[in-house]
Ligand binder design. Structure first.
Ligand code: PLP
Length: 391
């Protein structure tokens, strides 16, 4: 038996990929599956963006670029975040990466020492806990509670901060609950970050999938710009998951460290993809508006439908494209119900525990699928629950 590095024991994963693999197996056996597990828009990338990528390739943009990203894209990102959410940023603040995920990895690598503590939302995106462990830091979960509309409780955050706390991860709008932090939450968190000299990794990947109001970034609050890393990207907003394009906005010193990590690891983001990104940010935005209004329509259909199911209780999320219903009334654990829904009812969703221990009692459904598919999924779950109760 070969012996692999101990650190691999600390590395987690995203179960969404495993559920997708099992769903595909069932489909190969001739079963039909309603896919409500995938965290990606079902729309294709808007044509103007696709064309910009193709034109870049035809022009010969087929070479290495600077690790931090091409200047026109870093300029476009800086201008975009300035206008969109009032961040004071120039190209020196921006690092472009293949997808937004590397920003998590690189900023934790650059800011956190082994033994430091990092506070992260739970239920939350599973990669946070995984990467915190990988860099040798202690993952400290903060529970997001349904009674607080799945927003973190600032009093609880205060209690979790110790002299070893180095960084806090925020995610708003949030995966998997769709919760959105309020202006008061952000102000109170900023005060704590300044008082205890903490970095904040603000994961704003769903900043444009928001159903009321405008997205607010903690980085705009006084004293926060130098200690906040804003993570955002193109995957969700522009339906570009497969292109792999994201960015971080941070202080220029940290940006140099993050770019050097990029040089050591991925060298640079694909050049034609970066030119497509310039078009995404500077071109027409009507495709984004249309996608968000369609997501809102689907949200209302799925929330209504889930609340009609016996044993289900579902809050209406304010952003992202996920719902996180409470399923304790079914008498089943999250994992059991998620597995049985896939195997017996042909509906793929994720157990709340895929997002951490505090996800027990919940399921996550992605509504990045058509209204017809969502309705079919709801019907199938209703039939399954009816039969399960009758048994
Ligand atoms: N952050 C959150 C909360 C996400 O849900 C995701 C993707 O699912 C990402 C970051 C990563 O996005 P990307 O595809 O740009 O790497």
């Amino acid at each position: 038996m070969m012996k692999y590095a101990n650190r691999m024991k600390k590395l987690g994963t995203e179960t969404a990929f495993e559920v997708l693999a099992r769903a595909r197996e069932l489909e190969a056996q001739g079963r039909t599956v309603v896919h409500l597990q995938i965290g990606e828009p079902d729309f294709t990338t808007p044509a103007n963006i696709v064309n910009a990528g193709i034109e870049a390739l035809r022009r010969g943009e087929t070479h290495y670029t600077p690790s931090a990203g091409i200047l026109p894209l870093r300029q476009a990102v800086a201008e975009f975040v300035r206008e969109d959410r009032g961040l004071k940023a120039g190209p020196e603040n921006v690092v472009v990466t293949p997808g937004a995920k590397p920003i998590m990895f690189y900023t934790l690598f650059a800011c956190v020492n082994p033994g430091d503590e990092v506070i992260y939302p739970n239920p939350g995106f599973p990669i946070y806990e995984s990467v915190i462990g990988l860099v040798g830091a202690k993952p400290v979960p903060i529970q997001l509670r349904e009674k607080n509309e799945f927003r973190l409780d600032v009093k609880e955050l205060r209690r979790l901060i110790t002299p070893k706390t180095k960084l806090v991860i925020l995610n708003s709008p949030q995966n998997p609950t769709g919760s959105v932090l309020t202006a008061e939450d952000l102000e109170a968190i900023a005060k704590l970050a300044i008082k205890h000299d903490l970095f904040v990794l603000a994961d704003e990947i769903y900043s444009h999938i928001l159903y009321e109001g405008r997205h607010a970034s903690i980085a705009t609050l006084p004293g926060m710009a130098e200690r906040t890393i804003v993570l955002d990207g193109f995957s969700k907003t522009y339906a570009m998951t497969g292109w792999r394009l994201g960015y971080g906005v941070m202080n220029p010193e940290l940006a140099k460290h993050v770019a050097r990590l990029g040089t050591n690891n991925h060298s640079c983001t694909a050049s034609c993809v970066q030119f497509a990104g310039v078009e995404a940010l500077t071109g027409p935005q009507d495709a984004v508006t249309a996608m968000v209004s369609e997501f809102k329509r689907r949200r209302d259909v799925i929330v209504d439908g889930l609340n009609r199911l016996p044993g289900f209780k579902c809050l209406k999320p304010h952003g992202a494209f996920y719902v996180f219903p409470n399923i304790t009334g079914t008498g089943m654990s999250s994992r059991e119900l998620a597995t049985r829904l896939l195997e017996e009812a042909g509906v793929a969703c994720l157990s709340g525990t895929s997002f951490g221990e505090f996800g027990e009692g919940y399921l996550r459904f992605s509504y990045a699928n058509s209204v017809e598919q969502i309705r079919m999924g709801l019907d199938r779950i209703g039939q399954f629950l009816g039969a399960a109760v009758a048994r």
